[in-house]
Design a protein around this ligand. Sequence first.
Ligand code: F0G
Length: 448
Amino acid sequence: MKKTDAAFQKCTNPDCGAEFDCGQAIFKCPRCGELLDIQYDWNKIKVPKKMSDFGRRWADRDNKSDFSGVWRFRELLDFCKDKYRVTIGEGQTILQQNDPVGKYVGMSPGRLYLQYEGLNPSGSFKDNGMAAAFSHALMTGAKSCACASTGNTSASVALYAHSCGLKCTVFIGSGRIAFGKLSQAMDYGAHTIQILGDFDDCMRQVQDVCTRLGLYLLNSLNPFRLEGQKTIMYRIIEALDWKMPDWIIVPGGNLGNSSSFGKAFCELKQLGLIKRTPRMAIINAAGADTLNDLVNNKKLVWNGGKVNQKIIDDYYAGLTARKFSPHTCASAIEISRPVNLKKCLRAIDVCNGVVRAVTDKEICDAKAVVGKHGLGCEPASAATIAGLKHLRREGVIGPDEKVACVLTGHPLKDPNVTVSYHREKQGQFSNPPVDVPNDLDKIIRLIN
Ligand code: F0G
């Protein structure tokens, strides 16, 4: 490691703790195989004294880095020189206070906020991570990249790759991806490979392919991606006039977001930029609830980094033995072997987190409520609202606590789930189209 660098990669396994400079694209600790973190020597970085100093930059629209919702916070992810920074306008998102959705879940007026990450260039939160990871890819001289995906990662990777001039290959599970996302991957020019398997199969293959062919890997195993995703939390606090919410609620798939949010709060606290950390709720779909099962039933915990590997190994052996493949209408989070599991346990530890699982029916109803009263979202994102409803009912979250749900993807990502819900009257909020003959009187009678 070059000791002059302020940022470096460090193994998250406390028994290993190996360090590497940021010039390398390695993705897992070469010594012990565990996940890597980006760490900073804060003495070498001029971090603004207060969070509001970051917010001022946004007024400077001529400076691309100031305008980016990721790079505006650059001192908090200071791993690359200005010349490598990639931005295509990510992070221009809205935190919307929403009382009708709040009422649906049992919150008092003024207490529920929805963070619309679907407003990013490729329509999901992934763009925050890609701005950071593609900057690192350019830093390391990468020419070609790849990812496995349930859809949004592939859309975002394809968009950033063609903006940066990298070749890109995406692996998707055949029949497991929503049409909006598949259409983006193809339209943005990705080499799209469909594997006869699920996301977990794709994830295994892509790691081997990247190693064999020297491709730059863009899944959330990549610690630089998680640095970009920290900014979602910064923007929520910014929109709350730099005040902390009581709860952050996020869907759990490969567990990159939850891991990154925990790291964000841990660092802000360490830097004295915030006084307290919000609590976090991570919501699985019931058909893909590995985290929920491991945390709530098997009592898996972070334990200072000494995670009980046997519990995980036994659990995964059980999945293999019964040939388990996850199934949920929230295809974005249809994942049973989340790669960031251990980092997520750390985030749960930092944020006094809880985990819940919600059914597809609960997800679809919640999605319709966000559609009717908000700006809409895709199914995985609505798991947050369904999860909040559970946590309110249980009394874990009080009606007057300030809650921010991260709506991770745009409603147009998955038109099939939406159209089926309404057309086939699948739930209490279904709003099907009505057929009428091509006749003015009949049309007017129908409207009246
Ligand atoms: N919400 C959406 C809309 C997603 O696309 C994903 C993940 C998640 C939530 C879960 O986030 O992995 O950080 O826990 N999508 C990945 C993909 C897996 O390939 O697009 P996570």
